[in-house]
Ligand binder design. Sequence first.
Ligand code: B1M
Length: 211
Amino acid sequence: MADLNQLHDAVLNGDAKTAKAVTEQALAAGHEPLKLVQDHMMPAMSEVGRRFECNEYFVPELLLAARAMKGSLELLRPLLAAKGNEPVGRVALGTVKGDLHDIGKNLVGAMLEGGGYEVIDLGVNVTPEQFIAAIKDKKANIVAISALLTTTMPAMKTTIDALKAAGVRDQVKIIVGGAPITQTFADEIGADGFSESAAGAVSAARKVCLA
Ligand code: B1M
C-alpha cells in the first residue's frame, strides 16, 4: 500500500529514489496519475519554494527536489498523455529565453499530448529564433511559452514581437503561462491565451484555435 505522504516528503527532501518507488507503488495500487501530481508533488514543490524564500533551502536543495519531481514525472508522463489519433494541432512549446525552469513546462507538454496535440518540445532558454524556426520548418500552429521568473516575463513579449517581425505571428496562436503570469499580462503582451495550470493549457489551446 503506497503512503502518499511519503511521495510529498520525498520530493520535498529531494529523495529521487523514494519518490520514484512510491510513485510506482501508487500506480500499481490504482491511484490517478494527475492526482499524484496535483495533490502530492506540486504542494511539495510549493513548500520547496517557500523554504527557498525563507532561506531555509538554497539552490542545491531546489535542484534535488526538482530531480526527484522529474524522476516521478517520467513515470507519470506517458500515462498523462493518453493516446489519440490524428493530432488536433501542432504546438511549439518552450520555456522562454533566460529561464531554465522546465517542470511546469513538461507537465503542460504532457497534458497537451493527452489532449491530442503533437508537441514539439524546444526545451528551456528558448530563443525567439527557435520558436520562429519551429513555425516555419515544423509547421507549428500554436506557440506555448512558459516563464517562471519575473525577470524573464519580458522575454515573452520580445518573443511575440520577434514573431511579428519575422512575419509569422498571424500563422499561429500564442498561449502563455507560468507562476508569475496573469491574464492581464498575457493581454498586455498580445498573447491569444493564458492558463494558470497545465490542465488548463489544453482548454486554452482549444479556445484560441476556435476564436
Ligand atoms: Co527557481 N525560482 N530559480 N529553480 N524555482 C522559483 C520560480 C522561485 C519562485 C523560488 C522562490 O524564490 N520562491 C524564484 C522566482 C522568483 C521571481 O521571479 N519572483 C526562483 C528563482 C529566484 C530562481 C533562481 C534565480 C535562483 C538562483 O539561482 N539564485 C534560478 C534561476 C535560473 C534560471 O532559470 N535562469 C532558479 C533556479 C532553479 C532550479 C534550476 C534550481 C530549479 C528548476 C529545475 C527545473 O525546472 N528543472 C528551481 C526550482 C525547482 C524552483 C521552484 C522551487 C519550483 C518550480 C517548479 O518546478 N514548480 C520555484 C518555486 C515555486 O514555484 N514555488 C522556483 C512546480 C511546477 C509544477 O509548477 O512551474 O509553476 P510551475 O508550473 C505550473 C504552472 O505555473 C503552469 O502549469 C504548471 C502546473 O500546473 N504553467 C503553465 C507553467 N508553464 C505554463 C505554460 C502554460 C500554461 C501553464 O501555457 C503555455
